[in-house]
Every structure is written in structure tokens, then in C-alpha cells.
Ligand binder design. Structure first.
Ligand SMILES: *[C@@H]1O[C@H](CO)[C@@H](O)[C@H](O)[C@H]1NC(C)=O
Ligand SMILES: *[C@@H]1O[C@H](CO)[C@@H](O)[C@H](O)[C@H]1NC(C)=O
Ligand SMILES: *[C@@H]1O[C@H](CO)[C@@H](O)[C@H](O)[C@H]1NC(C)=O
Ligand SMILES: *[C@@H]1O[C@H](CO)[C@@H](O)[C@H](O)[C@H]1NC(C)=O
Ligand SMILES: *[C@@H]1O[C@H](CO)[C@@H](O)[C@H](O)[C@H]1NC(C)=O
Ligand SMILES: *[C@@H]1O[C@H](CO)[C@@H](O)[C@H](O)[C@H]1NC(C)=O
Ligand SMILES: *[C@@H]1O[C@H](CO)[C@@H](O)[C@H](O)[C@H]1NC(C)=O
Ligand SMILES: *[C@@H]1O[C@H](CO)[C@@H](O)[C@H](O)[C@H]1NC(C)=O
Ligand SMILES: *[C@@H]1O[C@H](CO)[C@@H](O)[C@H](O)[C@H]1NC(C)=O
Ligand SMILES: *[C@@H]1O[C@H](CO)[C@@H](O)[C@H](O)[C@H]1NC(C)=O
Length: 615
């Protein structure tokens, strides 16, 4: 470039500068000394470095638009999926700074305090590259790698990345909150093991399509275009393999927020799941929250328990509460009592740990639990007299698989409390998006609820589709607004049968309609905190949990809308589906709509291929 054109360039740049407030995105590499903040790159959504072929970008990610929480992340650009995060547990503000110096990478907050940095390096950094594989690499002047993001994975593994012995993928708390949650997948010398709070719940080798080829100790887990492999230290001996079918598409392996480990490929702009373990959702430790009973992929509370607003199951008897581990060290045995879950119950750890004792009777097993403040529950197997103690963390309960020898009985330790306040735990995140309920859906196991994530076109709507009640397919006609009001009025007058589709005359019971109407009204309450969680909706519809009483105050808004539509529509029309769709104007798009519970996710990804469990 000649000097005159250089000055023209500079000049036009100077003129353009005030108009384009955002700095241009850099390609492939950056060199010291470089700094960036999210504000500076706001027009690129925080991205400031792209890989050569633009597949990946290094960016200030901002997963929860409600909060000023930013993360330094590597993002797969075509899908906008975060594959790595520097600071999952320490989100930063939009004015925090990212710096590349000779000493490495660092993030400092507004006050200049260090939030994150690469470890101390052997030599000064010459350049930082974002490679087309998604790896962020610090190189020295001899092009020797000093540090790589592939070496400190978060929750995702991409093709070519190795997860070494002892390393783990750590599931995030939620899509909005990238901090490390309770689930992880750790590479051991013999397997890749999924853990919840340190307790094993699944192993890659247990997957039906996993094959063990060698007894060599495992050195690392990695993935390529044909499958997922655990390799021995020579890097070529495959210890365990899962063939996925040859594909040139981009693949990721990820430990989800819900505890599922999945492999997906990115095909024509969407993710296709190729593997998800454990296959049986009920094997996921916290799938139905605390003491939720997972059966046929739905959640309910065992008898004697009902859900609190968190979705955890707590004793129905308000004078009993669940003890937290070791907080009541001095508790008298007399203040402890056990609620029996009934037989055929299982706990995810039972397959992974040895019983503490064999050949004892239930009362002896109970004594072992009573004498130990970290014991929260016990399982006793009648036939073998095996006693399993559940310590420190209480997850979900599942029905025991029928091939087990003998019945297992579960018992939950409870504390007799003087102040019955344990059942009134509230949680703002407990709001359903929209649900689609189909009772007795034929091809699926049991009663299945299909849930969708909140669709942008449904942003202000809640949708409930209930079989046995008349349907209207156009969402915003007067009927859909009028019906909830009618339902409310009929509910207040307890005239439920009048709401049923007349064609169902004699085929529906009042109780059935009442159940549906009450659940529907609970779900459209104006105050989001009052709405039941998905798992509670399921439990109520299945009868595993008593019906809640809709708060009339929180339904007052229906009357307002109802006034605008005075003409009551005719009940029943030509639609054959016998479904009723209820829409309600919901207030605002609060962040809670995006932070649904684990059971929400769990129910939304059922696929028919996953019906048969592993053996
Ligand atoms: C970067 O900053 C350090 C310390 O401020 C300085 O010693 C070094 O020369 C700078 N390097 C470059 C390439 O500007
Ligand atoms: C970018 O490079 C990676 C690694 O070589 C390759 O897998 C990918 O297909 C490339 N993407 C594009 C869009 O060329
Ligand atoms: C390092 O790599 C760059 C780009 O690939 C190359 O231009 C440079 O010569 C290399 N330096 C050394 C010391 O090998
Ligand atoms: C993936 O790795 C396995 C095991 O080393 C190997 O057999 C297979 O050929 C590899 N596939 C590709 C596409 O490189
Ligand atoms: C509730 O539990 C307490 C303490 O065990 C017991 O005394 C009481 O009878 C129980 N109430 C009911 C209704 O079961
Ligand atoms: C509770 O009962 C167990 C078994 O009978 C006994 O070992 C333990 O010492 C008792 N604990 C207390 C605090 O009394
Ligand atoms: C309670 O259980 C823990 C974990 O198994 C064990 O380490 C501890 O020794 C037990 N305590 C008693 C008093 O048995
Ligand atoms: C969102 O709704 C639109 C219109 O109803 C539909 O075409 C689209 O497939 C939906 N998207 C998702 C992700 O459900
Ligand atoms: C939403 O709720 C807030 C607080 O309850 C209220 O101030 C606001 O008017 C409501 N907005 C709509 C559109 O109803
Ligand atoms: C959204 O939720 C937050 C936290 O629960 C609350 O402070 C805020 O008022 C809510 N906003 C609306 C519009 O309801």
C-alpha cells in the first residue's frame, strides 16, 4: 500500500470510527498485548476472534439476557452453541476486560480484580490462535503450544479433543447459568463414569452399543467421524468403543444440565442426537427432584409425600420434615421416623455400591441409618437381607427393574419437627412454559406428557391441550380467551360436567373434568410463582399428588379479558381430535420461563428409540 492510499485508509477509518462503535472481529489469531471487553464488540454480539474458516468464535457470551452476566466462551458459530467457557463459575459484567499478555490470558472485572487466567506458562506468549477445530491455543515464539482450551474442557467435547484419565466434563446448572452443577462425566482407568454429587449413576460400558475390546487401562476419551472411543495410553488401542456411524458432520459430546451424556451431530442447521445415556431417564439421579418417583418417564410423589413448589417431594404430614445430612447430629432417635416407599423401589446408587450389610432384617438396617446422621434413607432387600444406606444427598426414586432378585423396600428418614414449615418452600423458577398433555398416548409407554420449549411465536401465550375437552385450533379467537373464564366460573360453581364436550356425554366423569380444569386453572394463574412445575402438573394429572386449589385472586385477570368477548362460543365443533386448547395471556417474558426444571427437559426429549433400556 502506497503512503497516500494508506493515509486515505486511515482518514476514512477515522471518519467511520464514530459511526461503527464496534471494533472489527479478528481472524485466526491475536498477539500480545491485546484487550477486549464485551461493550467494545457489542455489534458482533461480543465476538472478537474467529477461526480461519469462521466455524468457531471467541466471544463474550451472554446466555441470560435478563442478567448482566457474561462469560468468555468459544462458540460454534453455525449453531451458536457454547463449547467451552473460561469462567463458568464467575460471570463477568459487560465492561470486564479480557487481556492477552506475554504471560497468557486473563479476565479482570470492573475493579481490575483477576477473575480468571491461564496457569503460569513456561515461556512468553507469542500468539493466540483460535483453530478451526475449536481449540484456543497459546503458542510461544517457536510455535510450541503453551496452553490449550482443549486441555481444560467444560461440559463439551468436540472432535479431536481428548478427555484424559481423571479429567471430567461438568454439566452446567442450566442453559442460563453456566456454573458447574451436580453432574459430571469422569474418565477412569476402566470407563467413562457419570456421577451426581460424586455418586456413580452410569457408565459408558453399560450402554447397549458399547463394546469392550481390551483390558488395557484407559488413558483418554475422544471422538472422531465414526464414533466415541476410550483409548489406552498408546493412543491406538481402543478399550471401549461406541460406533456412531460414519459422518463428516461436526459432532459434540456433551454432559447436559439434566445429567444426560449425549453425542450429537450438526446436520443442515440442526443438532441430531446420536446417543444419550443413560437411556432410561429414570436412571438420572435428580430427574424427578428429591424423592420424586420416576416411573415410565414421568414423575410423581410416592404416597405419603406431596410436591412442594420446588418440585421436591416432602412428607404430607406437616409435622415431619426431611433432615439434611448431619445438621442434627444430636438428634434423638425418638425424633426420627421413617416413611416407607413400598416395595419394588430402587435408587440409582444401588447398582454401583455394595450393601453395607447382608443378611439383616429391615429393622437392623433402619438402626444403621438412625445411628448415622449422614444417612438420609435406606433400602432393604428382603430376599438377601441386603441393606443399602443413602447418604448425604437424596435424589429421585425409581421403580426397581423386575429382573432383580427379591423386592427392595425403600424408607426415607424424616424428622419430627415442632414447626411445620418445611412444606412451604417456594422457588421463583418454578414456572411452566407450555405443556401439551395427551393422556393414554398409544404408542408410548404409559401416560406421556409432551412438552415444548417456549416458542418465540408463543412468547406471550401459555398453551394447554387437554383431551376430552373441545378443541379450537385458532389460538387467538374469542373462544380461547372466553373459555378460561367460563372454566373459572364453572369451577367456582363446581359445575364441571358442563365444560365437557357434549359428544362425550356419559363417557367422562365429573372428577376427570374437575381435575383437568383445576390443573388448567393452576397453570394460568397470573402470578407465575403460583403455577405448578411440570412434574407437579404430571403428578396431579396422574393422581400421584393431590390437586392444588387455584388462587381465585390470581385468576381475576380472566374476568377482564372475558368482558371483551361476551359471546360464548358453542362448545364442540367439527374437530375430531377431541382436544381442548387453552391459551392465556401471560405476563411478560420473565427469565423464569427459560429456567425450567430438570423434569421439564427430561420429558421433552423422549424418543421412541429410547424406550428399550440397556441390559
Ligand atoms: C506488552 O506489555 C508488557 C508489559 O506492559 C511490555 O513489557 C511488552 O513489551 C508489551 N508487548 C508488546 C508486544 O507490546
Ligand atoms: C473448518 O475447518 C474444520 C477443520 O478443518 C472443518 O471440519 C470444517 O468443515 C471447516 N468448516 C468450513 C465451514 O469450512
Ligand atoms: C510459526 O508458525 C507460523 C505460521 O504457521 C510461521 O509463519 C512461523 O514461521 C512459525 N515459526 C517458527 C519459529 O516455526
Ligand atoms: C476413529 O477412530 C477409530 C479408532 O481408532 C478408527 O478405527 C476409525 O477409523 C477412526 N475414524 C475416522 C473417521 O478417523
Ligand atoms: C404426623 O406425624 C406425627 C409424628 O410422627 C404423628 O404423631 C402424627 O400422628 C402424624 N399425623 C398423621 C395425620 O399421620
Ligand atoms: C440411635 O439408635 C442406634 C441403634 O439403636 C444407636 O446405635 C445409636 O447410638 C442411637 N443414637 C442416639 C443418639 O441415641
Ligand atoms: C456413617 O456413614 C459414613 C459413610 O458411609 C461412614 O463413613 C461413617 O463411619 C458412618 N458413621 C457411623 C457412626 O456409622
Ligand atoms: C415455533 O412456532 C412456529 C409457528 O407455530 C413453528 O413453525 C415452529 O416450528 C416452532 N418452532 C419450534 C422450535 O417449535
Ligand atoms: C405484569 O405484572 C407486573 C407486576 O405484577 C405488572 O406491573 C404489569 O402491569 C403486568 N403487565 C401486564 C402486561 O399485565
Ligand atoms: C421477573 O422475575 C424477577 C425475579 O423473580 C422479578 O424480580 C421481576 O419482577 C420479574 N419481572 C416480571 C415482569 O414479572
Amino acid at each position: 500500500m502506497g503512503s497516500s492510499s494508506f493515509f486515505i485508509f486511515l482518514f476514512s477509518y477515522a471518519i467511520l470510527l464514530p459511526l461503527t462503535s464496534s471494533a472489527p472481529i479478528l481472524i485466526n489469531s491475536i498477539s500480545p498485548n491485546f484487550t477486549a471487553s464485551s461493550l467494545q464488540f457489542i455489534d458482533n454480539s461480543g465476538a472478537f476472534l474467529q477461526s480461519l474458516n469462521k466455524t468457531f468464535k471467541l466471544s463474550f457470551s451472554h446466555p441470560n439476557s435478563e442478567l448482566s452476566q457474561y462469560y468468555l466462551s468459544i462458540i460454534h458459530s453455525p449453531s451458536n452453541l457454547i463449547i467451552w467457557t473460561a469462567n463458568p463459575n464467575k460471570p463477568i459484567s459487560d465492561s470486564s476486560r479480557f487481556t492477552l499478555s506475554l504471560n497468557g490470558l486473563s479476565i479482570t472485572d470492573d475493579d481490575g480484580r483477576l477473575v480468571w487466567s491461564t496457569p503460569k506458562l513456561d515461556s512468553p506468549v507469542s500468539v493466540t490462535q483460535l483453530q478451526d477445530s475449536g481449540n484456543l491455543v497459546l503458542l510461544d515464539a517457536q510455535n510450541v503450544s503453551l496452553w490449550e482450551s482443549f486441555g481444560s474442557p467444560t461440559d463439551t467435547l468436540v472432535i479431536g479433543q481428548r478427555l484424559y484419565l481423571g479429567q471430567s466434563l461438568n454439566g452446567a446448572v442450566s442453559g442460563n447459568d453456566l456454573s458447574v452443577g451436580d453432574y459430571r462425566l469422569v474418565v477412569t482407568d476402566g470407563d467413562a463414569v457419570q456421577q451426581w454429587n460424586g455418586l456413580n449413576y452410569w457408565k459408558l460400558s453399560m450402554y447397549t452399543s458399547a463394546f469392550k475390546n481390551s483390558n488395557s487401562p484407559v488413558s483418554f476419551l475422544s471422538m472422531n467421524g465414526t464414533g466415541l472411543y476410550l483409548f489406552a495410553s498408546d493412543g491406538s488401542t481402543v478399550v471401549i468403543q461406541v460406533e456412531l456411524g460414519s459422518s463428516s458432520d461436526f459432532r459434540i459430546a456433551k454432559l447436559g444440565t439434566n445429567g444426560r451424556f449425549s453425542v450429537s451431530k450438526f446436520v443442515s442447521d440442526s443438532w441430531v442426537e446420536e446417543l444419550a445415556i443413560p437411556v432410561e431417564e429414570c436412571r438420572i439421579p435428580f430427574i424427578c427432584k428429591k424423592i420424586g418417583l420416576c416411573s415410565s418417564s414421568s414423575c410423581s410423589c410416592p404416597s405419603g409425600f406431596h410436591p412442594n413448589t420446588n418440585g421436591d417431594c416432602v412428607p404430607v404430614n406437616a409435622s415431619l420434615s426431611l433432615p439434611s445430612a448431619c445438621t442434627n447430629r444430636g438428634e434423638l432417635n425418638s425424633s426420627v421416623t421413617y416413611l416407607e416407599l413400598g416395595n419394588g423401589m430402587d435408587y440409582f446408587t444401588n447398582d454401583f455400591v455394595q450393601p453395607v450389610k447382608h443378611d439383616i432384617v429391615s429393622s437392623e438396617c433402619q438402626d444403621l441409618c438412625s445411628g448415622n446422621c449422614s444417612c438420609l434413607a435406606f433400602f432393604h432387600e428382603e430376599a438377601s437381607g441386603s441393606c443399602y444406606l443413602i447418604e448425604n444427598h437424596l435424589g429421585s426414586i425409581m421403580s426397581a427393574s423386575s429382573d432383580k432378585d427379591g423386592d427392595r423396600f425403600g424408607f426415607i428418614k424424616t424428622r419430627v419437627s415442632s414447626s411445620p414449615d418445611a412444606n412451604t418452600n417456594t422457588n421463583a423458577n418454578d414456572q411452566a412454559g407450555f405443556i401439551w398433555w395427551r393422556k393414554n398416548k398409544k404408542q408410548s409407554r404409559g401416560e406421556v406428557v409432551k412438552l415444548g420449549s417456549r416458542n418465540s411465536s408463543f412468547e406471550e401465550l401459555e398453551l394447554i391441550s387437554i383431551p376430552g375437552l373441545p378443541v379450537r385450533s385458532s389460538p387467538l379467537d374469542s373462544w380461547s380467551v372466553y373459555f378460561p373464564l367460563l372454566a373459572l366460573e364453572m369451577h367456582e360453581q363446581r359445575r364441571y360436567l358442563e365444560l365437557a364436550d357434549p359428544r362425550l356425554e356419559g363417557q367422562v366423569r365429573r372428577e376427570e373434568v374437575e381435575k383437568l380444569v383445576r390443573v388448567a386453572l393452576l397453570c394460568v394463574q397470573e402470578e407465575p410463582m403460583l403455577r405448578p412445575s411440570m412434574s407437579n402438573v404430571v403428578s396431579m394429572l396422574e393422581g400421584g399428588m393431590p390437586l392444588g386449589e387455584p388462587n381465585i385472586e390470581s385468576l381475576r385477570f380472566l374476568r377482564f379479558y372475558g368482558q371483551r368477548f361476551t359471546e360464548p362460543s358453542t362448545i364442540g365443533n367439527s374437530n375430531e381430535q377431541n382436544e381442548f386448547i387453552l391459551y392465556s395471556e401471560a405476563n411478560g417474558t420473565n427469565s423464569s420461563a427459560n429456567t425450567n426444571s430438570a423434569s421439564y427437559n427430561f420429558l421433552s426429549y423422549l424418543s421412541s428409540q429410547e424406550v428399550s433400556g440397556p441390559r
